[in-house]
Ligand binder design. Structure first.
Ligand SMILES: [Zn+2]
Ligand SMILES: [Zn+2]
Length: 357
């Protein structure tokens, strides 16, 4: 049974709690369309990653088995603490590469596509990162860290990052010096000039301080959340694919192989004409959050679809070990298609016209 199954109820309880506290403080931290999209992206990613994750763990298991240099005593707590610190170090680099190499950014961008910042944003996880992420953890396999330890510390690293997606917690004093906190992770999700390519840490912000990518939140300039090439869609599947499509379109119209390769492997801001030019300065005053009409029938439909998807995900996570591989693939494919169709219908011109009435 997937351990994530046990965390899902806590995720929802904490989201409800954050909504309630925000309401009491008179803050508007949630918008229904954005929240539903975040949850649906999370559901799609769980379905895809139950299969994709097998690739990562299988590759890791092969490597540790063949090349693992040391034997680790799993009964010693130091083994787990060391593994967690080393895992987080590798996470820093996988996350940094996910921002600074365009084709890897295509996988990670979905996590940053929300223009809000709340606990539901944490659930916007990528469905397409599984094919390359394991490569960054090869050093752990070479050190011989057992698969079980690798999987558990990976889960701890992921779960830790949930609580830092909130605007309700301010700066945390000396913890800011070495931990990833809500304050420094808000910077990571900002698109203001001072926020770009900053604060990649998972649990420890020490790595950012060490490698020169740390930035503190500025009290005089709150982060504006989202990305500079906005998604402008509520479709959870398109949210995962849109930047791949953009890269392939750019490469097709770019002349010369070297330039074509740069479309994939240079930074996301690279273009053939603006070679090494810095990203255009962000005009905060011009920023408008994406929004579409949202009458009552649409809101009810969105909530029903999300509740249904969550129910099916919980059911799938519970029974997946009893299903044949082909059944698991079919189940996941059906869910992805369901959300693709729903996301498409949501922004269909006729539906939007009806919503305007
Ligand atoms: Zn990121
Ligand atoms: Zn985040």
């Amino acid at each position: 049974m997937s351990p994530i199954l046990y965390f899902i109820p806590f995720f929802f309880i904490l989201i409800a709690l954050e909504m309630w506290v925000a309401h009491r403080r008179g803050l508007q931290l949630y918008r229904l369309q954005d929240t539903v999209t975040s949850l649906n992206i999370g559901i799609v990613s769980q379905f895809v990653n139950t299969l994709g994750g097998i690739i990562s763990v299988a590759m890791y298991a092969v490597l540790v088995d063949r090349f693992g240099a040391f034997t680790w005593d799993v009964s010693n707590p130091l083994c787990w603490i060391t593994a967690l610190v080393l895992y987080d170090f590798c996470y820093y680099w996988v996350h940094r590469a996910g921002h600074e190499i365009n084709i890897l950014w295509a996988a990670h961008v979905v996590h940053h596509s929300s223009e809000e910042f709340n606990l539901s944003t944490a659930l916007r996880q990528s469905s397409t990162g599984f094919y390359f992420r394991w490569v960054f953890y090869i050093p752990l396999a070479l050190l011989g860290i057992p698969v079980k330890v690798f999987v558990v510390v990976g889960l701890i690293d992921l779960i830790y990052q949930y609580w830092v997606h909130t605007q309700l917690i301010g700066r945390l004093g000396f913890l800011e010096k070495f931990l990833v906190t809500p304050s420094n992770h808000r910077v990571h999700h900002g698109q203001n000039d001072y926020c770009i390519d900053k604060n990649y840490g998972g649990i420890f912000s020490l790595w950012d301080r060490l490698f020169g990518t740390y930035a503190d939140e500025r009290p005089d300039e709150k982060p504006i959340y989202g990305v500079r090439k906005p998604l402008h869609s509520w479709n959870p599947v398109w949210g995962n694919l849109h930047h791949y499509v953009a890269i392939f379109r750019q490469a097709r119209t770019t002349v010369g192989w070297r330039q074509k390769l740069m479309c994939f492997f240079a930074g996301p801001g690279w273009t053939p004409t603006l070679q090494d030019a810095p990203l255009a300065t962000f005009a905060r005053e011009d920023f408008v959050r994406f929004s579409t009409p949202s009458p009552r029938w649409m809101r009810v439909g969105a909530i029903v679809a999300t509740v249904l998807g969550t129910g099916l995900l919980l059911y799938f996570l519970k029974v997946q070990s009893q299903l044949a591989f082909s059944q698991r693939i079919s189940f996941c494919a059906a869910m992805v298609l369901f959300y693709l169709a729903l996301g498409w219908a949501w922004l269909h011109p006729r539906v939007l016209a009806a919503a305007h009435e």
